[in-house]
Design a binder for this molecule. Structure first.
Ligand SMILES: Cc1cc2nc3c(=O)[nH]c(=O)nc-3n(C[C@H](O)[C@H](O)[C@H](O)COP(=O)(O)O)c2cc1C
Length: 299
């Protein structure tokens, strides 16, 4: 009797907790701390068609209630990822979500086409990275471009397609609906919120790119509001993301309409934090005679 089981894009997840893209690498480092296959799913580090070295200067900055990052999608590129996929596949036995970014529509499509060669479970389309100069978030902040990139990738991919949305928009419901109309099978939200940090000694912005992405506890209320709005606007399932630090936080996201969640920054507090959250969730469900499926989208 698994109280934590949820359904998502045709998969029966053993629990609703997934590691968030970019905060878990390809699972190697965390596998030294615990059995990562206890997670419901794992979202791998964001890939782009071509290798990216990432941004210069400061990349991570702790702030009250979370952190700012400006990694700039450092990754080995889709081809190198595919060449080494056997090792990743052997390590990750739970649901595997591959996150794909791009600088142009053509890059997204070519990346998705190449990924068809390997066996992944879900393709997460990152149209919301705030830390790259071209592409990235630009696709996720306009209804038209969100529609076009979703449509183009949906046409080529053989995997269920989940589109990852940016919180840096005026109306998330409009973008969510455009992605659904374009054929997205699911949505994930939110990516990081654009923020800034100042080095007062040197009287300059901390980050070379000036703005960076805020994640962690500080963004949870924003993420809850946006998941709620998106859930009201679409009929496709949602993976909720943003500032989840406890089992109770997971319950909040399910109640506002997420079928499952991703957790990122909390894992930087302690490497075993995701397992602690999972244990809390399990204890809550047992104490309250609750099956998680009962509370999804009740608010
Ligand atoms: C260091 C770092 C790297 C990230 N890299 C990616 C990425 O490659 N692709 C992506 O879609 N999101 C990326 N994100 C965003 C997270 O997946 C997540 O949406 C965000 O951090 C909010 O969740 P959290 O508050 O639980 O961390 C990154 C976040 C952080 C902190």
């Amino acid at each position: 009797m698994n109280r934590l089981g949820v359904d998502f894009l045709g998969f029966s997840l053993k629990n609703p907790i997934a590691a968030a893209s970019g905060t878990f690498g390809f699972g190697k480092e965390y596998a030294e701390f615990y059995d990562i296959n206890q997670l419901g799913a794992v979202c791998l580090k964001g890939l782009t068609l071509h290798k990216k070295a990432g941004n210069d200067g400061v990349r991570i900055w702790e702030c009250t209630g979370g952190m700012l990052n400006s990694i700039g999608l450092e990754n080995p590129g889709v081809k190198a990822f595919i060449e080494e996929y056997e090792e990743t596949q052997a390590r990750i036995q739970t649901v595997k979500i591959v996150n794909l970014g791009g600088d142009s529509l053509e890059e997204y499509v070519e990346g998705a086409r190449l990924l068809n060669q390997i066996d992944i479970d879900i393709l997460e389309l990152n149209i919301s990275c705030p830390n790259v100069k071209s592409g990235g978030m630009l696709f996720g902040v306009s209804e038209d471009s969100a529609y076009q990139v979703t449509r183009a990738v949906k046409d080529i991919t053989r995997f269920p397609l989940m589109v990852k949305l940016s919180p840096n928009v005026a109306d998330i419901a409009v973008i969510a609906a455009a992605c659904e109309e374009a054929g997205a099978d699911g949505l994930s939200l939110i990516n990081t919120v654009q923020g800034m940090a100042i080095d007062i000694q040197n009287r300059r912005a901390v980050f070379d790119n000036v703005y960076a992405g805020l994640s962690g506890a500080a963004i949870k209320p924003i993420a809850l509001r946006m998941v709620h709005q998106a859930a009201k606007a679409v009929n496709i399932p949602i993976m909720g993301i943003g500032g989840i630090y406890s089992g109770r936080d997971v319950l909040e996201f399910l109640m506002v309409g997420a079928s499952c969640v991703q957790i990122g920054t909390a894992g930087f507090i302690r490497p075993t934090k995701l397992m602690e959250i999972l244990a809390e969730l399990k204890a809550y469900c047992e104490e309250n005679d609750l099956f998680l499926k009962e509370i999804i989208n009740i608010i």
